[in-house]
Design a protein around this ligand. Structure first.
Ligand SMILES: [Zn+2]
Length: 179
């Protein structure tokens, strides 16, 4: 695995439409593993392939527990980082709507207020080419939408109605529940 450089504001790659993955090969697996390492290092919630300079429809999202579940972790639950790997993802169902500020690792310091679905169902392929669908709510649903948008060259800078700027470039890509 290797850290990759995260593309920053001003790079035209962030505005391009990515191509579907057609070869589910070792190179794809390497890309996904590198993206995971890069995401953990950057303390983000999600990362899309164009953010590391690869114009393919691949993204990863940290699989958070549902935020409306205030209970302690169930026995047997793993508290460690889990990832959702999405190749050629399509959002096939959206429920509800929530407005929150969100950041992006490619636009450090900027937080845009964006309405997103409360719940999404996504259909995608895993790194081996197996199709699957999954449903997520809350911040994970938001992150899935955010990363999926990157694959069409759409970012928070296009979507947000208004912004606030961080004083320092701290926790990018994390939601902020403050009104
Ligand atoms: Zn982003």
């Amino acid at each position: 695995m290797a850290l990759r450089t995260i593309v920053q504001d001003g790079d035209p790659i962030l505005k391009k439409v990515c191509r579907p993955v057609t070869d589910f090969n070792a190179r794809l697996g390497q890309l996904i593993d590198d993206m995971k390492e890069t995401l953990v290092e950057a303390c983000g919630l999600g990362l899309a392939a164009p953010q590391v300079g690869v114009m393919r429809r691949v993204c990863i999202v940290v699989d958070l527990p549902p935020e409306d579940d205030g209970a302690a972790p169930e026995e047997g639950e793993e508290p460690e980082y889990k990832f959702i790997e999405l190749v050629n993802p399509e959002i096939i169902d959206r429920q509800g709507s929530v407005g929150l500020y969100e950041g992006c690792l490619s636009f450090p310091g900027h937080n845009g207020y964006i309405e997103r679905p409360e719940q999404v169902t996504v259909r995608a392929f895993d790194r081996d080419g197996n199709e699957f669908t999954l449903t997520r709510t809350g911040m994970t649903a938001r992150a899935i939408c955010h990363e999926r948008d990157h694959l069409d060259g759409v970012t928070i800078m296009d979507l947000a109605e208004y912004f606030y700027e961080d004083q320092e470039h701290g926790a990018e890509d994390e939601g902020d529940a403050e009104e």
